[in-house]
Design a protein around this ligand. Sequence first.
Ligand code: FE2
Ligand code: FE2
Length: 173
Amino acid sequence: MVSERLRAKLNEQIQKEFYSAYLYLSMEAYFLSQNLDGFANWFHIQAQEERDHAMLIFDYLNRVGAKIELGAIEAPPTDFASPEEVLQKTVEHERLVTRSIYDLFDLASEEKDHKTVMFLQWFVNEQVEEEENAEKNLASFRFVKDDPKGILLLDREMAARVYTPITSTNSQQ
Ligand SMILES: [Fe+2]
Ligand SMILES: [Fe+2]
């Protein structure tokens, strides 16, 4: 079991992860409209990973016998001024998610809910990677932003990303 407070917060986190997926799908749509298919691919995979994050929490709540309650997913922004703005917003969004994971971690620690602390550890590490990737994409784009050839090369690099499903088995490593 988990406390009622923790249960509510974990359910909110499911919502935030699905919102992340929704936001990244909207960003994918923007890149498709700009004919930057490699960037679009990167965000497509990012959205898949966010759904995996949501499902890890969904499965966890079920395993500890806590009620799963899915809330409404807010509409993401649909207009972006430039690829740079999208990449900047991604960095900001991931920092926000990290904060939210830390709040959950703090609550589970305060409550001495060790199993939930252990469960959340994976998310703490995952956020290091999420922020790192988002920052790297932004920095790479800034290097080449005035050079169309550079943008095309970067787009090709982004096209190479492949999706590996995150499941509760491989997330426990
Ligand atoms: Fe996530
Ligand atoms: Fe993320």
